[in-house]
Design a binder for this molecule. Sequence first.
Ligand SMILES: [Zn+2]
Length: 406
Amino acid sequence: MRCSPWFALAAAVGIARPAFAQETLAPRIGATLAGLEAELIAFRRDLHRHPEVSGAEERTASKVAERLRALGIETRTGVGGHGVVGVLRGGRPGPVVAYRADMDAVYSSDPDPVEFRSMVPGVRHICGHDVHTTIGIALAAGLASHRRDLAGTVLFVFQPAEERATGALAMLAAGVFRDPPPVAIYGVHTAPFPVGQLATIAGDMMSGRDRYRVAIHGEGDRGAATAAVRTRLAALGTVAPAEILRPAPRDLVLVTPPQVAESAGVTLLSGTIMATSLSRPAVTKGMREIGALAQGGTVVTPRYQPKTIAGVFNDSALTVRATAAAEQVLGAGNVVPVEVIVPAFSEDFGSFQDLVPGVFFFLGVSNPAKGTVGMPHTPDYVADEGAILVGARAMAAVLLDRLGRP
Ligand SMILES: [Zn+2]
């Protein structure tokens, strides 16, 4: 087949690509990813063998940067600790969208139930961040292979210190979104439902974590005031602390019982609250009312610090579109709604979403046929490696869909 010399010239300088290029990109990237599966699994197993905890992701970051640079992607390292940022500029004009992967592992001395077991005593990837990072590398490889047809720019955000919930804010402080600023951000987290499926929901998807501190001072009966504050704090909760692993409605409030300390005539009660954006106004009001509990010569001063961990809040319009794009790749019914929130888990992905609208997905990694379950932070956590291509293909479609709609 021949083409016009003018078209060849335009293509050579990266302009005026034919309109059909973007529409056919998702299947072509899917085919590229399928050819890379063995290499991607090897990359993931290498990360799994060499897990690094929050703040110590030096080797992981260097492996990520090495891959990005080998793909010809503009790469910045040391962004907010061991954070790595890749910027892939497509051959055609378009918006900037971001994919975020977290890279850190978890303290655990239980034996790894896989043959590529952790070689670092006391540290394991039992939260699946090795899978999230590999999906980021897969996306970078798949999209870079077709960069001339890509309309826009993809920002790859490889985040450190998610388990400590400090990495997202550190990367933001280091200017991760400054150049170029994205219009949307996406990410995934492994979850214990079957491989082949994703799950998400518009609005609150994971609770944040807030802090409270109540100071009681004065000459009155501090014991009585302390009891009253305890009662009022407990009444704010809609979920009992004993039910922390049970799914709860999306307006949950979980109040940890306060730690009580006495110092220099002041009684201090402090603890955490897990709340969603739906429930936070009620918590804010309740905390303010605790200040009115002063009685009999005591003064009660509450301090409430919301979102010390941001949680996850998905943009409604983006969620509708991202769900449709992912479902096109995975098949109808394979992007399921998240109906409830498990209060034990949270995420700092929401720190990015506080600045840029985005969508977070749970990625199924359990394999019922093999009897493996991917419940994060449990000793027998196993992520089925089929989830790498599932996540990468779905996220490629989601990113392309957003790039295709200025
Ligand atoms: Zn995690």
